[in-house]
Design a binder for this molecule. Structure first.
Ligand SMILES: *Cc1c(COP(=O)(O)O)cnc(C)c1O
Length: 857
């Protein structure tokens, strides 16, 4: 038997070096937390950035953290040790940032979001600490390849898509700007499901992302926050003779705090993301336990812990499930309690809350925080209703993320009364006061009063969360100019008339650290070699690249970058999915959640039209630009049409890729499980970015921004942030097609008949007929029936109306791509003119227009 201790790579009692060294070690690691220690209050030094020091730290984590010697360690051991080593380098800065923040009384941002789609953490942490090279060399000295460890990391998929990814970009930018911000959310045990395909159909596999251990989280099981549900309310008169309300809880759970560090880009700032996990209370167990039913007691425990078990996989179409409301209340109750009790001094006066915090509501998911704050102020702190309402109305701002009516969250009053009876009373009272205000402003206009009410009547009495959010918030913002305009003019028009100044726009952004610097190292090097490194934290500087669009030498290098990225994605897809991408094609990419409004159906019609044209002899294959279309998309598990679309895309891919008549001309790839990691590999390789939603439906999009920043040209409608992208990059460098929003509204008002387009457009008819014939589905006509039937009789998102315009735009793409010099110029201009889409700029806008917090702390 081997004695493992003998095998360790470090001296066995590592801290028993000379006293001086041991002291320095503690100091370096920021471990000097003892308040009596002279160093505890002073600035904490960073560890030395040297390969030797890194090797030592790494081996210490491996030997004493994982408990294995290098020679016997698994890749996962090595990854965990590396992650903890890097985390160690962040800790001192994190503690220092927190210390500074405690000593200031300035206002902070509490970002409340039910989703954070973080992506992998290791590279981001290495970049933030500028340790990439050192880590690579240190690992190399240990005989380990950094790249091999990178691939072990499981990405935390605690979000569905754009909304969750936005939250992750925003907290990155806040840290990089040195702005005080705590992100609050849920630590789901299972994140967004893993997608696989079986016979072309989506199968969902639970995302057990914690199974290998998460080295980035720091749990604080001792700091539990009680959260209550159910029961009823009672009225009573307090000692001062005032009428008060007591909530007699039905059941409780505890919120357990998990901290994640959010490092700024090489600026020494490390902010906090705080996610909550549900744990059963002991009191709750004991009641049932005393009744003698041990097994039931344990089961009840599981019941309470279900709250943070799984992320709901619906994107833009909430299901109104009770557990989801539990999740929402659970995480905001923990977060408000945490902010007031744990981040503020013990003598803190809740009346000062608006000076200390602004809670940003990322969509309606956290809106129950509004009545929760009222409950805390009135019931727990004993404030008068009007005073509490005055405070609450200064503490929240609301971001609306949608234009789809079905995406606006409502909760049945009956459910609210059962789960959160006190909150329901508070909502009624808020509504009373609000409707008085409306009646005063519009005497006699009861129709308007009913439209604006926080309580809706159809199809059942329910709470309209967007109305509640709008009433209580300082500001309401949309996420792109067009979206904000439509919010004011349509979705929340009555509110915008009553409070015109409440409404504003903040166009979304993406973090250039992850989506350019990390995702596209080749382009990053070319940019840095050309204009210096400053662009990473100041993306406006990309405009300095503009002149290089005319530089032939630069264009050649730019093309070489694209080619290298295509080689890289070819390797990734080969290894990951066994897909062999053909060489030398235009790479046409559509990656985003599968949703009818995003119109993956229209993209499929385009490919099928090309294919149909070639095999029917109407189109000369030599005239078709060799093109590979890559899809990536998850469908909500209960969304039938979305799943049918996935099946049809996969079926078409199988048939088209196997058909020798289109070989070398058309290829389709649909790698399963589109996620942040795949996005980071795929987007830098793309030539063409597909942003083809029906105008007026996509609030902003952020995928569109990632593509433009990586030098893809966009083919897109006048929708969401596409409008701003086109304005900035210029019409000559963007392929616009389709109806604009007013034209869509007009067509719908006139009465849209998709069959009209089918009957009059020969190519369209032929393509749809080919799908309907079962050509792609092994002769099975029924398999395509739902898709084709809906397109011809319903087509709620007007794909057929935009079809010809889309085909024409694709023809322009082909013609333009034939001139590689012109195409490259446009691609460079897309990069040079997209600095606006940095989430740093978004944060600056939120700070100036909504939050008014100080930066540079
Ligand atoms: C950026 C991103 C999205 C959002 O894409 P849209 O095209 O804006 O819908 C969704 N999922 C992932 C993994 C992303 O990185």
């Amino acid at each position: 038997m081997t004695d493992t201790a003998q095998e360790l790579d470090l001296p066995q009692v590592a801290t028993q070096t000379t006293p001086g060294e041991g002291h320095a070690y503690l100091h370096e690691r920021g471990a000097s937390l003892e308040p009596s220690h002279p160093l505890a209050r002073g600035p904490v030094a960073s560890p030395p950035h040297s390969v030797d020091a890194f090797v030592k730290e790494f081996l210490r984590e491996l030997n004493y953290g994982q408990g294995v010697p290098l020679s016997r360690s698994s890749l996962n051991d090595q990854y965990l040790a590396l992650a903890r080593t890097v985390r160690g380098y962040l800790t001192a800065r994190w503690l220092e940032t927190a210390r500074k923040r405690r000593s200031h009384t300035e206002r902070a941002v509490g970002y409340l979001s039910a989703e954070y789609l973080l992506g992998r953490q290791l590279d981001n942490a290495l970049l933030a600490t500028d340790l990439t090279q050192i880590a690579e060399d240190a690992l190399h000295a240990c005989g380990i390849e950094l790249d091999a460890l990178r691939q072990v990391e499981v990405e935390p998929g605690l979000g569905n898509g754009g909304l969750g990814r936005l939250a992750a970009c925003f907290i990155d930018s806040m840290a990089t700007m040195g702005a005080p911000c705590i992100g609050y959310g849920l630590r789901y045990e299972y994140g967004i499901f893993k997608q696989t395909f079986v016979d072309g159909r989506q199968i969902e596999i639970p995302d057990n992302w914690l199974s290998m251990g998460d080295p980035w989280e720091i749990a604080h099981p001792e700091m539990e926050v009680p959260v209550h549900f159910g029961g009823h309310t009672e009225r009573y008169v307090d000692e001062a003779g005032r009428d008060r309300v007591k909530w007699i809880h039905g059941w409780d759970v505890l919120g357990i705090r998990y901290n994640y560090m959010v490092p700024g880009y090489q600026n020494g700032v490390v902010n906090t993301l705080r996610l909550w996990r549900a744990r059963a209370t002991r009191a709750f167990d004991l009641d049932i336990f005393n009744a003698g039913d041990y097994a039931q007691a344990v089961r009840s425990q599981t019941f309470a812990e279900n709250i943070s078990k799984v992320l709901y996989p619906e994107d833009s179409t909430p299901q109104g499930k009770e557990l989801r409301l539990q999740q929402q209340y659970f995480f905001v109750a923990c977060s408000l309690y945490d902010f007031i009790k744990h981040t503020q001094p013990t003598d803190f006066d809740v009346r000062d809350l608006p000076e200390r915090i602004i809670f940003q509501l990322n969509d309606t998911h956290p809106v129950i925080a509004i009545p929760e704050l009222m409950r805390l102020l009135v019931d727990d702190y004993g404030l008068e209703w009007e005073d509490a309402w005055g405070i609450t109305r200064q503490c929240f701002a609301y971001t609306c993320h949608t234009l789809l009516p079905e995406a606006l969250e409502v909760w049945p009053v009956s459910l609210m009364e059962r789960l959160l009876p006190r909150h329901m009373e508070i909502i009624y009272r808020i509504n009373e006061g609000f409707l008085d205000e409306v009646r005063e402003a519009y005497p006699g206009d009861e129709l308007r009063v009913r439209r604006m009410s926080i309580i809706g009547d159809h199809p059942e009495r329910s709470v309209r969360m967007a109305h509640l959010a709008t009433v209580a918030s300082v500001k309401v913002n949309g996420v792109a100019e067009l979206h904000s305009q439509l919010l004011r003019d349509k979705v929340l028009n009555d509110f915008a008339e009553l409070w015109p100044d409440k409404f504003t726009n903040v166009t979304n952004g993406v973090t250039p650290r992850r989506f350019v610097r990390q995702a596209n190292p080749y382009l990053s090097k070319l940019i840095t070699d050309t204009i210096g490194v400053g662009w990473v934290a100041n993306l406006d500087r990309l405009e300095e690249l503009e002149v290089y669009a005319e530089d032939e030498d630069f264009r050649e290098k730019f093309r070489a970058v694209k080619a290298a990225n295509k080689e890289r994605i070819t390797r990734v897809l080969q290894r990951r999915d066994g897909i062999a991408l053909p060489e030398g094609h235009l790479l046409d990419v559509m990656v985003k959640r599968l949703h009818e409004y995003k119109r993956q159906s229209l993209k499929l019609l385009h490919i099928v039209t090309l294919y149909d044209g070639i095999i029917s002899g109407r189109l000369d294959p030599a005239s078709v630009t060799p093109r590979t279309v890559v899809f990536g998309a998850k469908a909500a598990p209960g969304y039938r049409m979305a799943k049918e679309t996935i099946y049809l895309i996969n079926s078409a891919a199988t048939v088209i890729n196997a058909d020798p008549r289109v070989e070398g001309r058309l290829f389709m790839a649909f790698p399963a499980n589109y996620n942040v990691t795949l996005a980071e590999r795929l987007i830098p390789a793309a030539d063409l970015s597909e942003q083809i939603s029906l105008a007026g439906k996509e609030a902003s999009g952020t995928g569109n921004m990632k593509f433009a920043l990586n030098g893809a040209l966009t083919i897109g409608t006048d929708d969401g942030a596409n409008v701003e992208i086109r304005r900035l990059v210029g019409d000559d460098n963007f392929f616009l097609f389709g109806m604009d929003e007013p034209q869509v509204a007009e067509l719908q008002a006139r009465g849209y008949r998709p069959a009209d387009y089918y009957e009059t457009n020969e190519n369209l008819r032929s393509a749809i007929n080919l799908i309907a014939s079962g050509h792609f589905t092994g002769g099975d006509r029924d398999a395509a029936g739902l898709f084709v039937g809906d397109l011809l009789s319903n087509d709620a998102f007007l794909a057929l109306a935009d079809y010809q315009s889309y085909m024409d735009a694709q023809a322009r793409v082909e013609a333009y791509y034939a001139d590689q010099e012109a195409w490259t110029k446009s691609a460079i201009l897309n990069v040079a003119r997209s600095g606006y889409f940095s989430s740093d700029r978004s944060m600056r806008d939120y700070i100036d227009r909504i939050w008014h917090v100080k930066t540079g702390v």
